[in-house]
Ligand binder design. Structure first.
Ligand code: XMP
Length: 513
């Protein structure tokens, strides 16, 4: 079954993934492609609609990204957002200039008035808040277009040419701050592009299983299972598709959270697959002995992981397919140029060079995280696996600051389990995107019973974020923090002080190392 597709042309804006997610949330399949995607390629998708994203440039600069003008002659509805709107206006004969008058530049929440006769705003309120972020404005709109929204500062917040189905908005409908943003995107998809809403996870599951069976035939499949959401869902999908032809190798490096190894194993024993759990704790801890530099820890773990995996793969013999749990944000992000290396991430991903196989399969390549979770549910994975918060490949090694010992890891595991348990009891876990304990290498004086102690300080870290690239520290209520603190110092030996990390990212990162 093929899905109706919307193409999102990426002009480099910061919310581009969000646009695609919103479209998918409306049950319409879409893909993000670079703005200069050749027209022929666009046509191959036979898209029902095209969205131009925002971007940091100004359309009147010669070096700014433009589109092939033929895209306006495809007879396909187009929605331009922010830069995308200006580009549409500029290309079709309007004019866009820098807002010299500060009042014409708009940032932040803006009261906006809509013409609800326009299909984009149909059935929505005539006045609502939109999120603006633009320094340029449309001085003259192109012929055939009319103005369909304004704010107190700006007469042309939205334009449309209903004959050709071209729509442009200066604000960002994809961000939550825009009150009816998703409803406007829904209108674009359903009222203008005539979407059927044929993107659902249960359909996707059926299609994928059939496609995987056809591709794999009677071949052998190997998958490195980390216990994270992505690799777990990929494993469950392959298990359903090819059963015994699949071997999952779960490398337990001894750096997992409390009971995590057993939980992962239990979840996967239910499938009729070959499941190998490699107990590699000793190996990893030996390699990490006396190492306190974060980057060295990461490198050592990454390399050792590959070595263990390679050894297991050799035991299995010839492998036809290697499965990777790459998801869509990884695909989009890896296409986005040269950001500075802050931490060298270790993912189960970087394995192919070391194992002899014919082809890589990435069955989640087109799914966002929430879609991946939904697919996991369709496959019957337990909620605790599906909703698992992100956990870094190097595991607790980067949450024990400084050198690592088994004792320190056990201490951290116990404290972290209490933190998570209390957050869940208080219902805080649903508000947090990531939360964990960090064992610092700082010791301080305390008093317990009648005696002096000289023990470790434990830090609690909890953040809210949508993309993990920026994050805010979470406002966990004091009484919850208090319960956590009291329990940890009472129940976990060698910790006599608890601190709560109140730094956002940036300037801090989410993990401490
Ligand atoms: P930072 O600490 O860079 O983390 O703000 C951002 C997100 O990435 C996770 N993280 C990792 N994930 N391998 C992973 O698979 C890694 O090496 C790694 N290091 C950090 C981190 O937990 C957070 O969700």
């Amino acid at each position: 079954m093929s899905h109706q597709t919307v193409i999102v042309l990426d002009f480099g804006g910061q919310y581009n993934q969000l646009i695609a997610r919103r479209v998918r949330e409306c049950n319409v399949y879409c893909e993000v492609h670079p703005y200069n995607m050749p027209l022929e390629k666009i046509k191959e998708f036979a898209p029902i609609g095209i969205i131009f994203t925002g971007g940091p440039n100004s359309v009147y600069e010669e070096t700014s990204p433009h589109v092939d003008e033929e895209v306006f002659r495809l007879g396909v509805p187009i929605l331009g957002i922010c830069y995308g709107c200006q580009l549409m206006a500029h290309t079709l004969g309007g004019s866009v200039t820098a807002a010299t008058d500060a009042s014409a530049r708009e940032y932040g929440k803006t009261e906006t008035y809509f013409d609800t006769a326009c299909k984009l705003f149909r059935n929505l309120s005539e006045k609502s808040i939109t999120w603006m972020s633009h320094g340029d404005y449309m001085e003259r709109v192109p012929e055939g277009f009319s103005l369909v929204a304004h704010s107190d500062n700006c007469p042309n917040v939205a334009i449309c040419d209903e004959k050709r189905d071209f729509y442009g908005v200066q604000f960002h409908p994809e961000v939550n701050h825009t009150e009816n943003g998703t409803a406007m995107l829904r209108n674009f998809l359903y009222e203008i592009c005539h979407a059927h809403g044929d993107w659902t996870m249960s359909d996707y599951l059926k299609t994928q299983i059939a496609a995987l069976r056809e591709k794999i035939g009677d071949g052998k499949v190997l998958l490195a299972l980390s216990g994270g959401v992505d690799s777990s869902v990929a494993a469950a999908l392959l298990a359903q598709a090819v059963g015994k032809q699949l071997t999952c190798v779960f490398v337990d490096h001894g750096l997992l959270r409390k009971n995590e190894g057993d939980e992962v194993e239990a979840a996967f024993r239910q499938w009729d697959i070959n499941f190998v759990r490699v107990d590699a704790e000793r190996r990893f801890l030996d390699k990490l002995k006396d190492i306190s530099d974060p980057e060295r820890k990461r490198k050592i773990i990454g390399e050792e992981f590959i070595r263990v995996f390679e050894e297991e793969a050799k035991k299995i013999g010839r492998v036809d397919f290697l499965v990777q749990g790459t998801i869509y944000p990884d695909v989009i992000e890896s296409g986005l140029g040269n950001s500075a290396v802050i931490k060298s991430h270790h993912n189960v991903g970087g394995l192919p060079d070391y194992v002899d196989f014919r082809e890589i399969i990435e069955p989640l390549r087109l799914l966002f995280k929430d879609e991946t979770r939904q697919l996991g549910r369709e496959l019957g994975l337990p909620e605790y696996l599906v909703m698992r918060q992100p956990f870094p490949g190097p595991g607790l090694a980067i949450r024990v600051i400084g050198d690592i010992t088994k004792e320190k890891l056990d201490t951290l595991r116990d404290a972290d389990a209490i933190f998570r348990e209390e957050c869940a009891k208080a219902g805080e876990d649903k508000k947090l995107n990531q939360y964990f304990a960090v064992l610092t290498n700082m010791r301080s004086v305390g008093v317990q019973g009648d005696g002096r102690t000289y023990d470790y300080t434990l830090a609690l870290r909890a953040v809210t974020t949508t993309d993990f690239m920026t994050a805010d520290w979470a406002r966990i209520p004091y009484d919850v923090l208090d319960r956590i603190s009291v329990r940890i110092v009472n129940e976990v030996p060698h910790i006599n002080r608890i601190v709560y990390d109140i730094t956002s990212k940036p300037p801090a990162t989410i993990e401490w190392e």
